[in-house]
Design a protein around this ligand. Structure first.
Ligand SMILES: Cc1ncc(COP(=O)(O)O)c(C=O)c1O
Length: 426
């Protein structure tokens, strides 16, 4: 028997572009198994030193008198465990000289959930005045945001300026005139950026962030900075970029990309007003958070070991992998095609732009899938645009380089061959 779903139910339950794509990736993985080049997901790499640390912590918890019991058998308060929140606050104060306490820290069931809470807290129908929107000042942005609005049309976004660098590179910059004009024409509830940006690996400069903060302040809304790949954790940043926080900024972190995605631990650094709102939302939706990541990480944050590991192992590991992946693509992509890679400034991805691509990136994705290579077509990362017919959105693909080098190199070869074929089409 089929039941009728509410409007909210329909928005959240009847599938989304990205949901279908993730199912597609999952099915392809399940059916093809060995030999598949999985360059599509946001899965972090398996780094031996990181794995060894988790194993050590689990052993310590098993050996301790009540460690395991506390981790598995207790409902912590919805705002998060106090030892973990204090460890995060102290770690950030020590690392960056910020002035904050655990009252400014909320834990959420993963970073993804933090965004669902924040977007629906700050935008949509308001008690007074017009409905508000979340403004993304630099599209393309993280695919995972695109279906998170409980109300329709929650998002508004602005295309970037594109700087072409040499023959084979490019970089996005915020088009501030367009962003400021858009903010003046609409009611805005928050401005949101990921830094480093998923999918492009762009890292917004200190001056871009300062100008966004000023804009957000001038319209009395928060600037949300999604730091899923940023400093100090996991610290996958290859350019100088100063982390920043004050009470006008909502900064999100996650334990996922350092290697604990299975623990679903998001961290939000915000004013006590926002922290208290998030705590209430967690209580309503899930009662409490998962304790596992918090329990594993708290002593490692207190001792500074986790931040050291990010600095000395995780960041150099991804930098090396990124360089190897770029070399493989530079070798394998066809010389007669006008391809460009986005500057590699952070995160786990290469963002490949194929100007004048004769098919759209979804078709290129399908062709690659038939050859056993999974990437993400670029279209999904462009949402909320006021004029959606922008050819660039059909000309990009996102390629993860977190897998082993052989997989990435094979993927590069096959991607190069398929690109040659589509550019040779009549
Ligand atoms: C930019 C960005 N933000 C947030 C998330 C959510 O991550 P999690 O829910 O695992 O913390 C991801 C995951 O890939 C991401 O890439």
């Amino acid at each position: 028997m089929a039941f009728e779903f509410s409007m909210v139910g329909r928005r959240l339950a009847l599938g989304s572009g990205i949901g279908e794509l993730m199912d597609d990736l999952g099915e392809a993985l399940a059916s093809s198994g060995e030999g598949l080049c999985m360059l599509g997901g946001g899965q972090p790499a398996m780094i031996p030193e990181v794995d060894a640390l988790w194993r050590r912590r689990i052993k310590e918890l098993l050996a301790s008198k009540d460690g395991l019991q506390r981790m598995l058998s207790i409902y912590e308060p919805p705002v998060g465990g106090s030892r973990f929140r204090k460890a995060v606050a102290d770690g950030l104060c020590q690392e960056f000289g910020w002035d904050l306490t655990e009252d400014c820290i909320a834990v959420t069931p993963g970073g993804q959930c933090a965004f669902f809470f924040l977007f629906n807290l700050l935008a949509g129908e308001m008690p007074e005045g017009d409905p508000r929107k979340i403004l993304f000042p630099l599209m393309p942005e993280y695919i995972g945001y695109s279906d998170q609005g409980m109300e329709r049309n929650l998002f508004l976004s602005v295309p970037p300026q594109i700087e072409e660098i040499g023959d084979r590179e490019f970089k996005y910059h915020i088009d501030f005139e367009a962003v400021e004009a858009t903010a003046a024409r609409h009611e805005i509830g928050a401005i949101c950026v990921s830094r480093p940006t998923n999918p492009s690996g762009n890292v917004l400069t200190d001056s871009e962030i300062a100008r966004l903060r000023d804009l957000a302040r001038s319209i009395r809304v928060p600037l949300i900075i999604d730091n899923a790949y940023g400093q100090p954790l996991p610290g996958i940043v290859f350019e100088k970029a100063t982390p920043i926080w004050d009470e006008g900024i909502i900064l999100t972190l996650s334990l996922s990309k350092i290697g604990l995605p299975g623990t679903r631990t998001g961290i939000v650094i915000a004013s006590p007003q926002v922290v208290s709102a998030l705590s209430s939302m967690t209580a309503i939706i899930g009662l409490a958070n998962n304790n596992v990541g918090q329990t594993i990480a708290a002593p490692l944050l207190e001792s500074g070991e986790l931040l050291d590991l990010a600095r000395t192992v995780v960041q150099p590991y991804y930098r090396r992998k990124c360089e190897e992946a770029r070399s493989a693509f530079q070798r394998e992509l066809p010389a007669h095609v006008p391809w460009r890679l986005h500057s590699a400034e952070g995160a786990l991805f290469l963002w490949l732009w194929l100007p004048s691509l004769p098919v759209n990136s979804k078709e290129l994705y399908e062709r690659l899938k038939k050859r056993g290579v999974l990437v993400i077509p670029g279209e999904y990362f462009f949402f909320g645009l006021e004029s959606p017919d922008w050819s660039h959105r059909h000309e990009c693909i996102r390629i993860s380089y977190a897998m082993d080098h052989e997989t990435v190199a094979t993927g590069a070869r096959i991607i190069g061959e398929e690109i040659s074929k589509v550019f040779a089409m009549p």
